[in-house]
Design a protein around this ligand. Structure first.
Ligand code: KIV
Ligand code: NA
Length: 266
């Protein structure tokens, strides 16, 4: 089985929806890989893995360590790795250095960066130098300090027009796909119908060319989740139940039982 490539993902525009989930660890990657076209090493790991208040403090080193684990744990999906805040905004050259570091350190095939018109020259600079770029517009969590929160975007006409312009700019600059996060549905549909590359929705629309969610969110492992998350399981409840049964058996000296202890050799 060969790993999906960037051109193969691009060709899926308007076709069978692209399936993408986040993965931060080798075991999660192994479990999700057979079901996904793309795995995203998201900087959401700042909150999900490290308990940070936002994605702003996430570093290149954190992304590299988790990205390498996800590549080792997968062989089918295309692995995309987030450029963390501060690693790409200052200039296309700085972005290229950061992207090259991530691709070399992890074996991932593509990077994702947040932003629209202002980032278009950077998207072009990277794309023309062998670094496939996935864009990310609408609700861009690294801009939380500027946006003031994680509410849906595009409710006013001006904001809607800006998001459409952002998506068009990164797509025209060569992005091989673009994530549309947390926008009112008609905007997601309009962008999907107007850009040449696949759109990946999260809190957007089923009419996008694909969907992405944070795996921990859809598994019911993470406490506070946005309204756009559907919980496909309640792993938090199941982990809690298992820990409670373990604790009860330890306290009752029922664990370890005969099957879990070693008998001396006779
Ligand atoms: O970091 C992340 O998990 C993301 C997706 C939710 C799009 O950027
Ligand atoms: Na992200």
């Amino acid at each position: 089985l060969k790993r999906l490539t960037v051109p193969a993902i691009r060709k899926r525009k308007g076709g069978e929806p692209l399936v993408m989930l986040t993965a931060y660890t080798v075991r999660t990657a192994q479990l999700l890989d057979p079901h996904c076209d793309m795995l995203l090493v998201g900087d959401s790991l700042g909150q999900v893995v490290y308990g940070l208040p936002s994605t702003v403090p996430v570093t290149l080193e954190m992304m590299a360590a988790h990205g390498a684990a996800v590549v080792r744990g997968s062989y089918h999906a295309l692995v995309v790795i987030d450029m963390p805040f501060g690693s790409y905004e200052a200039s296309p050259e700085k972005a290229f250095e950061s992207a090259a570091f991530l691709l070399k350190a992890t074996g991932a095939a593509a990077v994702k960066l947040e932003g629209g018109e202002a980032m278009a020259p950077t998207v072009r600079f990277l794309s023309e130098r062998g670094v496939p770029v996935m864009g990310h517009v609408g609700l861009t969590p690294q801009a939380v300090n500027a946006l003031g929160g994680y509410g849906a975007r595009g409710r006013s006409e001006a904001e809607a027009a800006k998001i459409v312009a952002d998506a068009s700019a990164v797509a025209a600059a060569g992005a091989f796909a673009v994530v549309i996060e947390g926008v009112v549905e008609p905007i997601a549909v309009a962008i999907t119908e107007s850009v040449a590359c696949p759109t990946i929705g999260i809190g957007a629309s089923a009419r996008c060319d694909g969907q992405v969610l944070v795996a921990e969110d859809m598994l019911g492992l993470f406490e506070r989740v946005p309204r756009f998350v559907k919980r496909f399981d309640d792993l938090a409840g199941r982990v809690g139940d298992a820990a409670a049964r373990y604790a009860a058996e330890v306290r009752a000296r029922q664990f370890p039982g005969p099957d879990q202890v070693y008998a001396p050799k006779d």
